[in-house]
Ligand binder design. Structure first.
Ligand code: KG4
Ligand code: ZN
Length: 526
């Protein structure tokens, strides 16, 4: 810390606190707080290697205020700040704070502080200097059991009046979460991406320009098979058990360590809340440990990004059909971060319809893949099953009708007939679902006037859907993107690809980011 420095026109000036100041400092403290530090506590603080202790001194030499901070390597901590009552509202506290913050900026280091929730004046002062609330400490103040508001300020975030407030708004994901800077501009090394929104534990590494270095997926299908569906609590536990191994394996395959990373991305929603939490906590911990930038990602944005992950030159805008076990939607993708929902399923998701059909047919779990394989050997014109919403002009889907029709078709058959006709039934059922998906997707592309049609999500693995979409799209003169299977089902590479086009949060602004079970399209975090 430097010695007394008079900033032009600023009276009083600041200088290092010395042992001779302790009595005055303790007396200012005593009239400022209900539970004041003692003179001994200030003396101890002066002896601390990481301490920043300064006093504000009037021209006559009177000490009128002080600031105590700790310069921890990861973040500086503002611990105590007080001004004698007769000298308040003259900018003394602001002057002391500005010097502390300038030094933190030069380090460069974030600054953290706690303030009483009810101390509106102090909170306003800190906000004006670029601090933002990042959390609460319940009952932190032992005298009144009042909560502390924890505030943090990233280096260079000089607050109101700063020309750079736009950058601050985007870096903090606030106020409107509109991303303004593609993530890769801020990456100094590979991006680690993590996905755990449902029943796949996945991690991937991507270069700052989006090339996949490694992508590891651990499927929980074998675990959930015995229940006939994903059991949320079981999924969360399985994520906890596998996550570390999956991340390690991705790092190993990419030949790097946590020390090489430039940032961490993770699915924060939508999905199963307990499952999401495992990925979010893992990602936050790794990012926190190295003060890395953090990229929160919406799972659906991840599925959309599988398209440019597999075809980096894909022309925007495009209509993308997202069809998975939990979602079926048509989305207008204007660029890698501007999305509009055109229509969606009114009941079951397409993947769900495949899985329920597979269950009725006595196939494996989850079943979509097995039904698809069986259907390849069958005649799709053998049975006529209804195509949902066929006559509606709306870009929406409904699969409950075809599912019910399948149920009654199978109920009317003997066990022998069912076995003999299984492939034809599967082919007819698949035909009805795929006809709805392709018909609505083409209609939407035409209506939106786009030249690109894409498909994403687990159901994009369906052989008939892939063929039909390519054929129909090409004959309509559209550029059609059907990503490789590995990028259609849940994976972390697509989450990394989405992250690189989305908002990024600098340390410590992501520490209070939470998982969200229902995150709307277009939102990157809560
Ligand atoms: O995207 P995804 O891996 O997970 C979710 O976010 O839901 O999608 C999984 C869904 C499951 O319903 C699965 O049965 C279905 O995709 N699926 C298929 C095929 N492969 C996976 N559905 C039809 N045909 C397939 N070949
Ligand atoms: Zn998915």
């Amino acid at each position: 810390m430097d010695t007394a420095t008079a900033k032009s026109g600023t009276i009083p000036v600041s200088r290092d606190m010395g042992v001779d100041d302790l009595a005055t400092v303790a007396s200012i403290e005593a009239v400022s707080f209900d539970r004041p530090w003692t003179q001994e506590m200030f003396r101890d603080e002066l002896g601390q290697e990481l301490s920043w202790s300064e006093v504000a001194v009037e021209p006559g030499g009177t000490v009128v205020g002080f600031l105590i901070g700790r310069r921890h390597p990861d973040a500086w901590h503002l611990m105590d700040l007080a001004v004698s009552p007769a000298h308040r509202r003259r900018g003394v506290a602001g002057g002391l704070l500005r010097r502390f913050l300038e030094a933190a900026d030069a380090a460069p280091t974030a600054v953290i502080l706690e303030v009483r929730q009810g101390n509106v004046e102090a909170v306003t002062l800190y906000e004006g200097l670029g601090f933002i609330p990042i959390g609460n400490r319940r009952g932190y103040y032992t005298d009144t059991h009042e909560d502390a508001l924890v505030m943090a300020r990233a280096p260079g975030h000089s607050g109101r009046g700063d020309q750079d407030t736009g950058a601050c708004a985007s870096a903090c994901g606030k106020p409107d979460q509109a991303p303004t800077t593609p993530g890769h501009d801020r990456l100094s090394g590979p991006l680690l991406a993590i996905e755990s929104s449902c029943d796949d534990t996945a991690a991937a590494l991507l270069t700052p320009v989006g090339e996949v270095l490694a992508s590891v997926v651990h499927s929980q299908d074998a675990i959930h098979e015995r229940y006939g569906g994903v059991v949320p609590e079981v999924a969360s536990r399985a994520h906890v058990e596998r996550m570390t191994a999956v991340v390690r394996e991705a790092l190993r395959q990419a030949d790097c360590t946590v020390h090489d990373l430039g940032g961490v991305a993770v699915t924060v929603g939508p999905g199963l809340i307990g499952a999401l939490l495992v990925g979010v906590q893992t990602a936050k911990t790794i990012a926190w440990s190295r003060r890395l930038p953090f990229f929160p990602v919406n799972h659906i944005h991840g599925h959309l990004a599988a398209v440019w992950l597999s075809d980096p030159q894909v022309p925007f805008p495009m209509v993308t059909l997202v069809a998975s076990g939990g979602h079926t939607a048509l989305i207008l993708v204007e660029d890698c971060r501007t999305f509009r929902l055109l229509g969606q399923t009114l009941d079951d998701a397409a993947g769900e319809a495949f899985d329920k059909g597979a269950r009725l047919l006595g196939l494996g779990y989850p079943g979509g893949k097995e039904l698809d394989e069986l259907a390849e050997r069958g005649d799709s014109s053998a049975f006529s099953l209804p195509i949902g919403m066929k006559r509606s002009g709306r870009p929406d889907f409904s699969f409950s009708g075809v599912k019910t029709a399948l149920y009654y078709l199978l109920r009317g058959m003997s066990a022998g007939e069912r076995a003999d006709n299984a492939a034809d039934v599967a082919a007819s059922y698949r035909e009805a679902i795929v006809a709805a998906l392709v018909g609505k997707a083409l209609q939407a592309a035409e209506r939106e006037g786009v030249r690109t049609l894409a498909v994403a999500g687990g159901v994009a693995a369906n052989a008939l859907l892939r063929r039909r979409l390519r054929e129909a799209g090409l004959s309509a003169g559209l550029h059609v993107v059907v990503p490789p299977l590995a990028y259609c089902t849940d994976n972390a590479a697509m989450i990394g690809a989405a992250a690189l086009g989305g908002p990024v949060l600098a340390y410590p602004h992501y520490l209070d980011i939470d998982a969200s079970a229902s995150l709307a399209l277009g939102r990157w975090s809560t």
